[in-house]
Design a protein around this ligand. Structure first.
Ligand SMILES: [Zn+2]
Length: 112
């Protein structure tokens, strides 16, 4: 394996390497996408219920999206169809969240 890595995933029992784009969260791509899905799903149901979303959380989701895009770019020449599909799906859900925040009743709560 020649790709640059940032150590091993911090999840117990997971020996996968951390891609450089995810060095900040210390997770392998699979675990990162798992956690990002959970956060994004929560945010989307919060939006659908018309509850406010705090701006910190929104920023976090945005940085998720950026990490996903970086990984898509880095993996462009070594196809991993399942991972790519999951990442693209995640980007779609994130886009929905932003759509809600921009055009629907969801409010962004800013710290006072
Ligand atoms: Zn892992």
């Amino acid at each position: 394996m020649s790709a640059a890595v940032a150590g091993n995933c911090q999840k117990a029992g997971c020996a996968k390497s951390i891609p450089m784009a995810l060095a900040g969260v210390r997770l392998c791509l699979d675990h990162f996408v798992d956690e990002a899905f959970v956060r994004t799903d929560q945010a989307l149901s919060q939006c659908r219920e018309g509850r406010a979303i705090d701006s910190d959380k929104l920023q976090w989701l945005l940085s998720d999206a950026l990490a996903v895009v970086k990984n898509l770019e880095e993996g462009a020449d070594e196809p991993m169809p399942e991972q790519r599909d999951r990442m693209l799906e995640l980007l779609l859900v994130l886009a929905n969240v932003h759509e809600y925040v921009a055009h629907h009743s969801a409010r962004v709560e800013r710290p006072a």
